[in-house]
Design a binder for this molecule. Structure first.
Ligand SMILES: *Cc1c(COP(=O)(O)O)cnc(C)c1O
Length: 377
């Protein structure tokens, strides 16, 4: 039986050659590959500066610090995301203030932002979920009106545009991530982008133990970290970035096959929609099961048939750490919670061909029909 994992990176001979050459070069950190990767990335994402880091999460942490966010501050963000987008606000001692999402795109709903603003609000941390931009036109307007900073968690949206503008270019800074399930990978890794030289310099310093701008190891101006990306990862990133357009094109093809096949079963499953004005680069392929379908049983049954699947995402405010810290209870963000109960990520990577997608969809439909009439939880 053919096994379909949730995600699989695309690593070719060019990547293997680049990493091997880097290993042979003897320079494994703080070298030319990282510098080159940063330059290439800044150019590709049409930003002035790019600072490589060892994960998307560490990038978000530094973006928060560079924005001057700290104890007593509040940052508005989405309840429906990967946990790191809220954790980074906690790292600097500030409070994440969640808001609910748009039911079609699962992105933060701009019409809910103003009600969440208080005297303590400093910034909006926008997450571009699943590979498409949040409604940046509306969000930028609100941020300007209330003098709030925008930080973009673009970890899932590399290459995606809103009204022709790339995600990662709307805010003071933005962060991309290169974990193996993302559109491109460096193993672990991330990138902070910004058009502001002082933000770039501060992030660069903090990622490298807070050492001074003259790159002397002798003085540490700030409380820094070791968030450096190593040279092997950067070498991998250079090649993957070169392939990015083609990687995204293939993801779009796989998503189009899924969309097309799933459109025939509206009573069982709804397939993801791309908002008007957006281009989608497909971090994951997430469907929403019809109400009453027992997702947990579906996941187990699919797994038995070689098809991996996963709830995507649980709402952050209902994780035990957030419940215990802030006293959140179910019902706080009903749209996010309803999506969290019914959304399911399906196998999604560029090596899937049309036959694979047909097989996965027919397996899913068969399993959904089986549990369609079963009691829901
Ligand atoms: C992947 C991701 C991150 C960062 O993840 P790392 O594993 O730390 O690179 C942050 N936010 C979101 C929304 C993500 O999907």
């Amino acid at each position: 039986m053919k096994q379909y994992p949730l995600a699989r990176p695309s690593i070719g001979p060019e990547e293997i050659k680049a990493v091997t050459e880097t290993l042979k070069s003897g320079v494994l950190s703080l070298g030319p590959k990282t510098t080159r990767f940063e330059k290439d990335f800044a150019k590709k994402n049409k930003t002035k500066f790019a600072v490589a880091v060892n994960s998307g999460t560490s990038g978000l942490h530094l973006a928060m610090r560079a924005a001057g966010i700290g104890a007593g501050d509040e940052v508005i963000t989405s309840a429906f995301s990967f946990v790191a987008s809220a954790n980074c606000i906690m790292y600097v001692g500030a409070k994440p203030v969640f808001i609910d999402i748009d039911p079609v795109t699962y992105n933060l709903d701009p019409s809910k932002i103003e009600a969440a603003i208080t005297k303590k609000t400093k910034a909006i941390l926008v997450v571009h979920i699943f590979g498409q931009s949040a409604d940046m036109g509306a969000i930028v307007k609100i941020a300007k009106k209330h003098k709030l900073k925008i930080i973009e968690d673009a970890c899932e949206s590399i290459g995606a545009t809103h009204q022709g503008q790339l995600t990662g270019t709307f805010g003071e800074s933005a962060v991309f991530a290169f974990y193996p399930n993302k559109q491109m990978t460096t193993g672990e890794g991330g990138m902070i982008v910004t058009s502001q030289p002082q933000v770039a310099a501060f992030c660069r310093s903090l990622a490298n133990q807070g050492r001074g701008a003259n790159m002397s190891w002798l003085d540490h101006q700030y409380l820094g970290y070791n968030y450096r990306l190593d040279e092997m990862s950067a070498a991998l990133g250079i090649v993957q970035l070169k392939r990015l357009n083609s990687l995204i094109k293939k993801r779009r093809q796989v998503a189009a096959w899924y969309n097309q096949l799933l459109a025939k079963y509206p009573e069982l499953v709804s397939y993801p929609r791309t908002a008007k004005g957006n281009t989608h680069t497909w971090f994951v392929y997430v469907v929403e099961l019809a109400k009453g379908l027992d997702r947990d049983r579906v996941i187990i049954d699919l797994a038995k048939r070689g098809v991996a699947s996963k709830p995507y995402f649980p709402s952050i405010h209902l994780f035990s750490f957030y419940r215990e810290t802030f006293g959140y209870k179910p019902g706080a963000f009903p749209i996010s919670e309803a999506k969290s109960k019914q959304t399911l990520a399906l196998p999604f990577y560029i090596d899937l061909n049309k036959k694979d997608v047909q097989h996965i969809v027919s397996t899913l439909v068969m399993v959904l029909k089986k549990y369609g009439k079963s009691s829901s939880k």
